[in-house]
Write a protein that binds this ligand. Sequence first.
Ligand code: DLL
Length: 430
Amino acid sequence: MVYDEGESIPRPELRELQGERLRETVEHAYENVPHYRAALDEAGVSPDDVRGIDDVTKLPFTTKDDFRDTYPDGLVAVDQSELRRIHASSGTTGKPKIVAYTERDLGVWSEAMARSLVAAGVESGDLVQNAYGYGLFTGGLGVHMGCEELGANVIPIGGGQTGRQIELLSDLGADVLTCTPSYALYLAEAAEERGVDPRAWNLSTVIVGAEPCTPPMRREIEKALDVTALDIYGLSEIVGPGVAMEGVEKGGLYVWEDHFYPEVIDPDTGEPLPEGEEGELVFTTLTKEAVPVLRYRTGDLTTLTREPSASGRTVARMGHVTGRSDDLLIVRGVNLYPSEIESVVVEFEEVAPHYRIDLRRDGQLDAIDITVERDDHFDGDVDDLRERLYDRLKTVLGFTPDSLAVVDPGGIERQETGKVKRVFDHRTGA
Ligand code: DLL
């Protein structure tokens, strides 16, 4: 099932539509945002040079710094009186990125979210417990609007209040839960602790997003809650949740590319990469009024395909985000992505899917300490488990961690709301 015809426009028509919309967007940005006028002039590109969607590669990139440098509203392209909503990114360092929406922008977002819910199998009349934070974060209100647009029944509980979440899941029996993957696991664990069996809930689907979730982590969620876990992607700078959504077929995340045009580039050279190759995801908005965005470098690493999909949707599909280009940790000169450690942790049934990485300086050298948590059900020899984990980590990482601690269940501090922090880099104070 699709929500509207925009999802399955024949590709030649879609490209034509994208070309027209790109040209309008570039014109709009050039006329109304001094930053874009300067950037386009510097790149020697005028709106007239945009004749089709392929011309997107002529445009200069927009970066997070461009949002920060023009804080708070330097990228807004319409009069204040046209604005209907302001959100902000959940950035952990520096100023947040402020984003704004016109009425039409909110309509596009609601539609993208409704499409996303339908792709996940949500139907009008379904009950959705929305545990994404409401407020400046786009998660709560974005999902909420999509539910209303679709005609689903939404419980706007927001993030946190775990006791309440458990009670409502037991008493109201939502069909769908929306939350971050780390919170889905937290909730399942918290229910067990209270003597509630989360597998007995009525949930059939959990829509997880806002942070990466490795495939094994997803399987943990599916097992713990007896659900299908589907991945929702989005970012405030583009619109919020619902830029892309994994369908029930699980063949990648549909990108609603009649509104948000995706590219994947080599993060080092900025050159577009061939389909299927992993690189940095870049988005250009095609219909946004308040904050049009040209070639925004998301920092997120993934792949793109435009192969026909089993569902009949014609839009591009992206892979799960595997990490961020700025996630890369360099430890003693060796590249390390936190997801590599996660992939080992989830291989072992004897440990819980929680871990913590601490980086510190030991004299002139980098040191890395890894902490994992013994699973509740494991009552074997912890030293032996530690040895096996250590060996596996050495093989996967290509170097030897300075320490590996296996702590008792619950030993790693949980974060109840928001995006989970797993890396503590004491070398930089981050
Ligand atoms: O996290 C929007 C959102 C809310 C998406 C609820 C999905 C569900 P920001 O706070 O601006 O917006 O953060 C955007 O979060 O660039 C990614 O690094 C990360 N992210 C979002 N969705 C995913 C995902 C929201 N499905 C940043 N997988 C993005 C991996 C994700 N990372």
